[in-house]
Ligand binder design. Structure first.
Ligand SMILES: C[S@@+](CC[C@H](N)C(=O)[O-])C[C@H]1O[C@@H](n2cnc3c(N)ncnc32)[C@H](O)[C@@H]1O
Length: 239
């Protein structure tokens, strides 16, 4: 999915989202850099690690997301790379590869998922760790109602969701409203398209690529339960 159109909305919505930062920072401090982030967006996580002196390589296909990230990370040990997680080749391996904040939900088919995991595996150092978080699909409540997501400066953001359980797809339709000249309304529409995962599907997917995964229900080692907000995975190469 192309985030170019969503880049300004993303900046407004998530500049203050911090729930996962200490988790990824702790892993980076434990495993050392450089860290490879897949789907690095605007550098929300990457810049945080880089500000702590950890070298980060940030792979991101959207030019608009990268440009915002680059502008905010000048002078930091953060290397921005234009690329797709399904098909990239870098000249080194990494002790830690991360994909924070549902980035893997932009892999829409088994072939895309396998291609990305093969690339991760090829770029992990022996004993290296692949860590990522996904929202818990058991909590999806898509009733189609239009809800206010938030007010950001002059913009009001509404959303409604469309759930397709047979294909594990969740579409979130955003309406971004701002006042227009002459008392009118300027409304923009964006759709976020995500293909979510079930727990045993992830475990089998990792095992198929020679990785063994541990699942947590939160960023502080909580056990995974039906009501957990997240599926947080830490996977290690075992073969
Ligand atoms: C939800 S954002 C997460 C951004 C960042 N990781 C964060 O935590 O703020 C998902 C990102 O994945 C990127 N993305 C989508 N498809 C991708 C692909 N095939 N390969 C790499 N990144 C992709 C999007 O452009 C977007 O920036």
């Amino acid at each position: 999915m192309d985030y170019d159109e969503l880049a300004d909305l993303y900046a407004l919505q998530y500049e203050n989202y911090r729930d996962d930062l200490e988790f990824y920072n702790g892993l980076a401090e434990r495993h050392g850099g450089p860290v490879l982030e897949l789907g690095a967006g605007q550098g929300r996580v990457a810049a945080r690690l880089a500000r702590r002196g950890i070298e980060v390589w940030a792979l991101e296909p959207s030019a608009a997301m990268r440009q915002r990230g680059q502008a905010a990370s000048a002078g930091l040990p953060l290397r921005w790379l234009a690329g797709d997680m399904r098909d990239f080749e870098l000249p080194r391996r990494f002790p830690l590869v991360i994909a924070p904040f549902n980035a893997l939900m932009h892999l829409y088919s088994a072939a895309d998922q396998d291609a990305a995991l093969a690339r991760v595996s090829a770029h992990l150092e022996p004993g290296g760790v692949f860590a990522f978080d996904l929202y818990n699909p058991l909590l999806i409540r898509a009733d189609g109602a239009l809800r206010l997501e938030g007010r950001y400066g002059a913009a009001e953001v509404y959303y409604h969701q469309e759930h397709h359980p047979a294909t594990q797809r969740l579409l979130t339709h955003y309406l971004v409203d701002e006042s227009a000249e002459g008392g009118g309304l300027k409304r923009r529409h964006y759709t976020l398209d995500q293909r979510y995962y079930q727990r045993y599907e992830v475990a089998r997917w990792l095992a198929g690529a020679g990785l063994s995964g541990d699942l947590y229900g939160g960023f502080n080692g909580e056990s995974y339960q039906a009501a957990s907000p997240w599926m947080v995975w830490k996977a290690r190469r075992v073969s």
